[in-house]
Design a protein around this ligand. Structure first.
Ligand SMILES: CCCCCCCCCCCCCCCCCC(=O)SCCNC(=O)CCNC(=O)[C@H](O)C(C)(C)COP(=O)(O)OP(=O)(O)OC[C@H]1O[C@@H](n2cnc3c(N)ncnc32)[C@H](O)[C@@H]1OP(=O)(O)O
Ligand SMILES: Cc1cc2nc3c(=O)[nH]c(=O)nc-3n(C[C@H](O)[C@H](O)[C@H](O)COP(=O)(O)OP(=O)(O)OC[C@H]3O[C@@H](n4cnc5c(N)ncnc54)[C@H](O)[C@@H]3O)c2cc1C
Length: 627
């Protein structure tokens, strides 16, 4: 049978040790063991099935998500899973839910912005899930412009409380995940007002719902903001709206690591930079970069396997048509995405290190690397999510018509993924932050300050000084070009980190060779994509450009026999992929056929509505009625 034989024969062609590549992809033998064990545990548990998700109504979908989240928590307790294992379990359950915000933003915010005492009070409750929290920053009127938030937190010295209030419609909190129906608590960002003076935005822990009957507390209006893009997809999440009508909270519920309000109503700044109020965003952006390689590799795995199973045209001597993966056009669209998945994996690994490093420094009151960490997380979040969103859509096209079916797994993956280009910072707004950082670095070159870290190359580029003078004349005017410069800077980071990865000890037959080919594909593909810029700036000659393109074609041929093994190295279960086209066994056609019959529309041979709407047309009753 086509699919079985095709993928088996592809696997036999691999020129490298797939098991060792799995270790490289996972990051270590330990992480591979954990992710392998936990992904199978999830795949074998019927509660975590997700094959009917796109057909459920919003209410059924949401209730099912609650059921899965409760079951996941039960399994985590029963099996005494470590924090790492629990996070893997939530990842493989593969359904956006309030848990993501509770563990991914609420807890990290208290850890990063709370004092020791606040952490001691709130973290045990949150870790045991005695309270469920979310991150309520964005408002109806302002998301990108955090300093423009309108919610107020006014200190009342009489009662030693803050009064949380939504003064306008546009100050309604709008979007926070987990807020709409589940969270009992939130970290709410609002303007700190003391004695009529506005001290800017700070975080406050606010209880939203009763822990007895889940009803909103007095003065709180709360609900879900409605259906989002696509079926299934992100609609499992209760993104919410929240309004406060003079809600009082104790003074010690303002997160006070950055600045404190005393009993007397005095604001005291600690020695940490105020930007730490934005700290959770740095943490989550770093997570999102790692997650990008998962989403992209998942789409690439589906498209690569299916491209080896799918045959069109070109009868060979044995009477079989050509596998579409053998078409050079297919390779030139697919293999750069395969290379990107690996590139994003490694840059994500590095970013995780950078984040840990900056945190350690912060503990030691060294704040010097914070601007770079902000620029790197913001820029790489932007670059990797944009490329991944585009890449998933390209994979859908690479799968032809069948890619458009929900059973391919690609429409839902796309619908779930694309908001990553917006949440945690709109991608253009984040690139403008990178551009500002670059301009600032250039402006300091003249004063003899040596650039460090990811900007070290700037010290070697003479023209940058002139560039700085031009930008001084109008940042806003040149912002579209500056965004391109920011992208180029981030691409340089991705390529450099891939090259650094290759300099490590990489065991396993042929593994390093494959990674070298992928690294070269990534770099040359970026060059190819921006050829106009490289040529117009004289960075390369037309001859070098054509050599680069020839090299790219030759690299595609090198990767071709290894393509299936390179996606097998992601070690994804069929449950996680949830795609008929991406099945490990390649048994695509019988399963597609089988899947179609499961659609509720096929429950009856004659559809509901036949008698009311089809029969009258066929019997011409409608026309007669009009005549
Ligand atoms: C959920 C997690 C799950 C984890 C596990 C699974 C893996 C991922 C799975 C994905 C699930 C995700 C679920 C969805 C979650 C979405 C949550 C949100 O969207 S939440 C909502 C997310 N919302 C957004 O992302 C809003 C985006 N907007 C913003 O971040 C800000 O408004 C701004 C940065 C654009 C402007 O800031 P503003 O203050 O107005 O103005 P300036 O520009 O003048 O900057 C002043 C100074 O500060 C500096 N600095 C700035 N930022 C940072 C930083 N982070 N740090 C350090 N420094 C920073 C800056 O360089 C400058 O320094 P200097 O030059 O003076 O020395
Ligand atoms: C699925 C999802 C989940 C979310 N979860 C949460 C959550 O849990 N908690 C939370 O607090 N928030 C959450 N958000 C909100 C999210 O963080 C914001 O939507 C995001 O930060 C973008 O802000 P905005 O919506 O105000 O976009 P806007 O800023 O209004 O963007 C609109 C357009 O204006 C452009 N633009 C804006 N400012 C500039 C500028 N200075 N220069 C040039 N162009 C500009 C943007 O590029 C964009 O094209 C979520 C959003 C989504 C979609």
């Amino acid at each position: 049978m086509a699919g079985f034989d095709d993928l088996a024969s592809e696997r036999s062609k691999a020129q490298f040790d797939v098991e060792e590549m799995k270790v490289i992809w996972a990051g270590s033998r330990h992480t591979l063991e954990v992710s392998d064990r936990i992904s199978r545990l999830v795949a074998n548990d019927p509660v975590f099935r997700k094959d009917t998700r796109t057909m459920l109504s919003r209410k059924d979908l949401f209730k099912n998500t609650l059921r899965k989240a409760a079951h996941a928590w039960k399994r985590i307790i029963e099996l005494r899973l470590s924090e790492e294992e629990a996070a893997e379990l939530r990842f493989y359950v593969d359904e956006p839910a309030f848990m993501d915000l509770h563990w991914g933003m609420f807890i990290p915010t208290i850890k990063g912005q709370g004092t020791e005492e606040q952490q001691q009070k709130w973290l045990p409750l949150a870790y045991k899930m005695k309270i469920i929290g979310c991150y309520a920053q964005t408002e109806l009127g302002h998301g990108s412009n955090v300093q423009g938030l309108e919610t107020t937190a006014t200190f009342d010295p009489q009662t030693d409380e803050f009064i949380i209030h939504s003064p306008t419609l546009t100050s309604s909190k709008w979007w926070p995940g987990g807020l709409g129906k589940v969270s009992t608590h939130a970290v709410v960002y609002g303007r700190l007002i003391i004695d009529s003076k506005d001290y800017g935005v700070n975080g406050f822990i606010v209880q939203l719902r009763s822990l007895d009957d889940h009803l909103p507390l007095p003065g709180i209006t709360i609900g879900d903001i409605g259906m989002k893009f696509g079926s299934g997809a992100y609609n499992t999440m209760d993104n919410g709206v929240l309004r406060f009508d003079h809600v009082r909270i104790p003074r010690d519920q303002m997160l006070m690591r950055v600045s404190q309000v005393t009993r007397e109503g005095k604001l005291v700044q600690s020695n940490v930079p105020w930007q730490l109020v934005y700290g959770t965003m740095v943490y989550v952006r770093q997570k999102i970069v790692s997650d990008a390689s998962c989403a992209l590799s998942r789409a690439v795995c589906i498209a690569t396997r299916y491209s080896a199973v799918r045959r069109q045209f070109g009868l060979q001597s044995n009477g079989i048509e050509t596998q579409v993966i053998d078409y050079k056009t297919q390779q030139s669209r697919l293999f750069p995405l395969l290379a990107s998945a690996y590139a994003f994996r490694f840059v994500g690994e590095w970013l995780k290190w950078l984040y840990m490093d900056v945190n350690q420094r912060l503990q030691a009151s060294d704040f010097s690397t914070l601007p770079e960490a902000h620029a790197c997380t913001a820029g790489l979040k932007s670059l990797t999510t944009s490329a991944t969103a585009d890449g998933i859509e390209e994979c859908r096209k690479l799968c032809g018509g069948h890619g458009y079916l929900c059973s391919s797994g690609l429409p839902e993956l796309f619908a779930v993924y694309i908001p990553a280009c917006t949440y945690e910072g709109d991608n253009i707004v984040l690139l403008l932050q990178v551009a500002r950082f670059l301009i600032k670095t250039v402006s300091q070159l003249g004063s003899g300050k040596e650039p460090v870290g990811t900007t070290v190359y700037m010290g070697r580029v003479e023209q940058l000084m002139q560039c700085h003078c031009a930008v001084q004349k109008g940042f806003l005017e040149l912002s579209a070009d500056l965004v391109q410069a920011a992208v180029a800077h981030c691409q340089l980071i991705v390529v450099s980190k891939f090259i650094e990865k290759l300099q490590q000890d990489i065991p396993g037959k042929g593994v390093k060779g494959q990674l070298e080919a992928l690294c070269n594909i990534y770099a040359l593909f970026i060059l190819h994509k921006h050829l106009g810029d490289f040529l117009s700036t004289g960075c390369i000659t037309p001859k070098q450009a054509s050599l680069a393109n020839a090299q790219l074609r030759s690299l595609y041929s090198q990767v071709r026999p290894n393509a299936i093994a390179l996606v097998d190295a992601f070690n994804y279960t069929d449950h996680y992929l949830s795609s008929v086209l991406g099945r490990y066994d390649g048994n695509v056609y019988p399963k597609l056929y089988e899947e179609a019959w499961k659609d509720p529309l096929n429950d009856s041979v004659v559809p509901d509505g036949y008698q009311e709407y089809i029969q009258p047309i066929l019997k011409q009753q409608l026309r007669n009625a009009r005549l």
